[in-house]
Design a binder for this molecule. Structure first.
Ligand code: AMP
Length: 358
C-alpha cells in the first residue's frame, strides 16, 4: 500500500541530496524528518523536524524509527548497524544490503562481477608486498584506494610506474591496510545511469549522462551522453542486473568507465540519488528525487523521459559567485544548497542549462 499524504519519511543524512528529496516529498504532502548530527544540515532547513544525534545513538535511532512510516538515506556511509536497527521497527529503503555492498570497494566489485557486471581488475592491499605483487600483475599502473569511506576522489592515489619509495609512501598515506588496488581504466569517457526500482520490481531509468570529473569530483554532466546507443543500452542493462541482484527499492546511481572500444566497466554504485542525476530536475517532468520518493512510498514510478537536452554544472566553493550572472541567462535552472560557508571544494549548488532536444 502506498504511503498516504501526511505520512512521515525519515532521511538519514541531511546534506543537499536529503534537501532535494525533502523538496520532492513535500509536493506529495509527505512530512520529512532528518536525522543528522550536524546542526547546520542543509536538509533540516526544509524539514518538519531535525533529530540531531549520532548514528550510533541507539535510543535516538529507535525513537526516530517509531515516528517514521518509512526511512531512507542520502549518503552511503550510514552505519549498517543503524539501518538494521531502524529496519527492525520501520522499513528502510533501499535495504541495509545495498549499504553493505556499497560501503566497501572490495565487496562492491566482487558483487558487481558476481552479478555479471565487468569492472577493472582489483586486489585487496594490506601490505607493501600485496601492492608490489598487484602492480606487477597490472603492468606497473593502478589506482590505490581506501576500501571504505572514500568519496569525491578522496582516499585514492594513482600509481604509474612508481618507484618502491613512492609506493610505500602512497600506502602509508592511505593508512597502510584495508586498501584496494584497481587497474587504471583507459577510459575515453565516463558515464552514469540513474535508475529506480519500485517495491513491485518495476524499473525505470533516466537517460545515461556523460560525466567530467575534476580532482576526482563530478564537475559536469551532459545529456544525451556522447556515446553510442549500444554503449548506453549496455550501461542500462548492467544497472538493471544490479538493481535486481540487490532486490533494490529506490533510486540507484551507477558510474561507468567507457573504453575506446565502447565497452563499459562499472566503477561504483551509489545506493541513493546521485549528483550526476541533478539535471533530471530541470530536463524531465519526473526528477530522480521524485522517482526515489515514489519508489520508497510505494507509488507507481513516473515516466523518466527528457523534454530537453542539457548540461549540468556543479558550483563548487567560490563558483557560487557565478549565480548572479547565471540568473541573467535564459533556460538556466539554478539550485543552491543553503550552505553558509563557501569553502574550497565544497559543493554549494549546481545549475542545469537546457537546450533544444536533438
Ligand atoms: P571514485 O571515487 O572511485 O568514484 O573515483 C573518482 C574518479 O577517479 C573517477 O570518476 C575517475 O575519474 C577516477 N578513477 C577512479 N578509479 C579509476 C580507475 N580504476 N581507473 C581510472 N580512473 C579512475
Amino acid at each position: 500500500m502506498a504511503l498516504k499524504a501526511g505520512s512521515t519519511i525519515g532521511i538519514l543524512g541531511g546534506g543537499q541530496l536529503g534537501r532535494m528529496l525533502a523538496m520532492a516529498a513535500a509536493r506529495f504532502s509527505y512530512r520529512i524528518v532528518i536525522f543528522d548530527p550536524d546542526p547546520l544540515a542543509p536538509a533540516a532547513q526544509l524539514a518538519a523536524d531535525h533529530v540531531r544525534a549520532q548514528y550510533d545513538d541507539v535510543a535516538a535511532l529507535e525513537a526516530f524509527a517509531r515516528r517514521c512510516d518509512v526511512v531512507t538515506f542520502e549518503f552511503e556511509n550510514v552505519p549498517v548497524a543503524a539501518a538494521k536497527l531502524i529496519n527492525a521497527i520501520t522499513p528502510v529503503f533501499p535495504g541495509p544490503k545495498a549499504l553493505e555492498v556499497a560501503q566497501d570497494r572490495i565487496h562492491e566489485k566482487t558483487f558487481l562481477n558476481a552479478a555479471g557486471v565487468a569492472t577493472a581488475p582489483f586486489w585487496p592491499v594490506d601490505s607493501p608486498d600485496d601492492l608490489e605483487i598487484a602492480l606487477d600483475r597490472l603492468g606497473g599502473s593502478g589506482v590505490l584506494k581506501t576500501r571504505r569511506m572514500g568519496y569525491d576522489g578522496k582516499g585514492q592515489v594513482v600509481l604509474k610506474q612508481a618507484s618502491g619509495a613512492i609506493q610505500v609512501n602512497a600506502l602509508a598515506d592511505l593508512g597502510g591496510n584495508n586498501l584496494i588496488i584497481e587497474g587504471l581504466a583507459p577510459f575515453a569517457s565516463e558515464l552514469s545511469v540513474i535508475a529506480a526500482r519500485a517495491r513491485d520490481g518495476s524499473v525505470r531509468t533516466h537517460d545515461p549522462a556523460s560525466n567530467v570529473h575534476r580532482n576526482g569530483m563530478l564537475a559536469i554532466s551532459t545529456v544525451p551522453a556522447a556515446v553510442s546507443a549500444s554503449t548506453c543500452a549496455a550501461a542500462v542493462e548492467a544497472t538493471r542486473k544490479i538493481l535486481s541482484a540487490l532486490d533494490y527499492v529506490g533510486v540507484l546511481g551507477v558510474e561507468f568507465f567507457v573504453l575506446e572500444s565502447g565497452e563499459i566497466l562499472a566503477n561504483e554504485i551509489a545506493p541513493r540519488v546521485h549528483n550526476s542525476g541533478h539535471w533530471t530536475e530541470a530536463a524531465c517532468a519526473i526528477s530522480q528525487f521524485e522517482q526515489h520518493v515514489r519508489a520508497i512510498a510505494g507509488l507507481p514510478l513516473g515516466d523518466p523521459r527528457r523534454h530537453s537536452d542539457c548540461v549540468m554544472e556543479n558550483l563548487v566553493g567560490s563558483e557560487i559567485e557565478r549565480v548572479e550572472a547565471l540568473c541573467a541567462q535564459s533556460n538556466v535552472f539554478i539550485h543552491l544548497y543553503g550552505k553558509d560557508e563557501a569553502r574550497a571544494g565544497r559543493k554549494m549548488g549546481h545549475f542545469t542549462r537546457l537546450l533544444p532536444k536533438t
